[in-house]
Design a protein around this ligand. Structure first.
Ligand code: C2E
Ligand code: CA
Ligand code: CA
Ligand code: CA
Length: 286
């Protein structure tokens, strides 16, 4: 069965053959198959977006919704982005996939806006590979025009790896912000030289990584780190948000330290646009 699968993986495109010949030791059969399926699924649009609300920790109001891509594999069922995003990045399939995500998120943002929701932004995750594409800014502009989205409804989440691995990143980030789009630094605190980036890169928001939030209530070190990040953000005039809040206690500590925005299972898991809409409706202050 494995042999047959490999044969078909080889037939299904040059990428498969090359990987098989040069890296048989490191790339597993599963990986080769996944890569080919990914390519096919992008053509056939087997993806969807879930959204996870971001909330004001004091009022409970929704301040934003993060788009998280889901792969509905025809045979294997739902595959986690942690598993396929790295493959999509290595194969550059993240470019067409990322464009689809952005387009879809823009349309959804306008749907909510046209239903009368305000004071929210839809956030889209982007990889270094996407930002490195020639004409990246032009591509974003064309999607904004095509979907008619208001740029103030959009936010882009970048990780520190973007900052570490790109030469032109400074210019690109400024270009994104010039469009009126907010830029956040995701997984903040986990990189090597986290703090030094802040001096050089024009971002709007720090998103404190969930590893610091999850043991906030039981670990002095995490409290110290989180407190420092929040006060740094407040001092230099950046917004700050915490991700991965699962307990009320964690939210209370964050509020106590001066962080007023958060996201996590305690409020809502990532879910369909319909369920998010009901959540927004419910949390709206009239
Ligand atoms: P991320 O951007 O750091 O997203 C947060 C992840 O943590 C999401 O996992 C979310 O479901 C999960 N999460 C949220 N709240 C909690 C919580 O309270 N507790 C715990 N344990 N987990 C929580 P998900 O959806 O599996 O996404 C994983 C990663 O895949 C994302 O991490 C992001 O790096 C990447 N990703 C997802 N969608 C896209 C996309 O459209 N483009 C790109 N480039 N990357 C994406
Ligand atoms: Ca994110
Ligand atoms: Ca994150
Ligand atoms: Ca992460």
């Amino acid at each position: 069965k494995a042999e047959k699968a490999l044969e078909s993986a080889k037939e299904k495109g040059g990428g498969g053959i090359e990987i098989y010949q040069h890296g048989a030791a490191t790339k597993t059969l599963e990986r080769i198959l996944l890569e080919n399926d990914l390519r096919k699924s992008i053509q056939l649009n087997h993806f969807s977006l879930d959204y996870q609300p971001k909330v004001n920790l004091l009022s409970g109001e929704v301040t934003g919704l993060e788009a998280l891509v889901r792969w509905d594999h025809p045979e294997l069922g739902r595959i986690s982005p942690d598993k396929f995003i790295p493959i999509a990045e290595e194969t550059k399939l993240i470019v067409p996939l990322g464009n689809w995500v952005l387009r879809e998120a823009c349309k959804q943002a306008m749907k909510w806006y046209n239903k009368g929701f305000t004071g929210f932004r839809v956030a889209v995750n982007m990889s270094t590979i996407q930002l490195e594409e020639p004409f990246f800014i032009e591509k974003i502009q064309s999607i904004l025009i095509e979907t008619n989205v208001l740029p103030e409804l959009l936010e882009i989440e970048l990780t520190e790896s973007v900052l570490a691995n790109m030469n032109q990143v400074h210019t690109i980030i400024e270009e994104i912000r010039r469009q009126g789009i907010i830029v956040s630094l995701d997984d903040f605190g986990t990189g090597y030289s986290t703090f030094s980036y802040l001096k050089d890169f024009p971002v709007d928001t720090l998103k404190i990584d969930m590893t610091f939030i999850q043991d906030l209530h039981e670990k002095e070190e995490s409290r110290a780190i989180v407190k420092t990040i929040i006060s740094l953000a407040n001092t230099i005039g950046l917004n700050v948000i915490a991700e991965g809040i699962e307990l009320k206690e964690q939210a209370e500590i964050l509020l106590d330290y001066g962080c007023q925005e958060g996201q996590g299972y305690y409020y809502s898991r990532p879910t369909t646009p319909e369920v998010c809409e009901a959540f927004m409706e419910k949390s709206r202050i009239i």
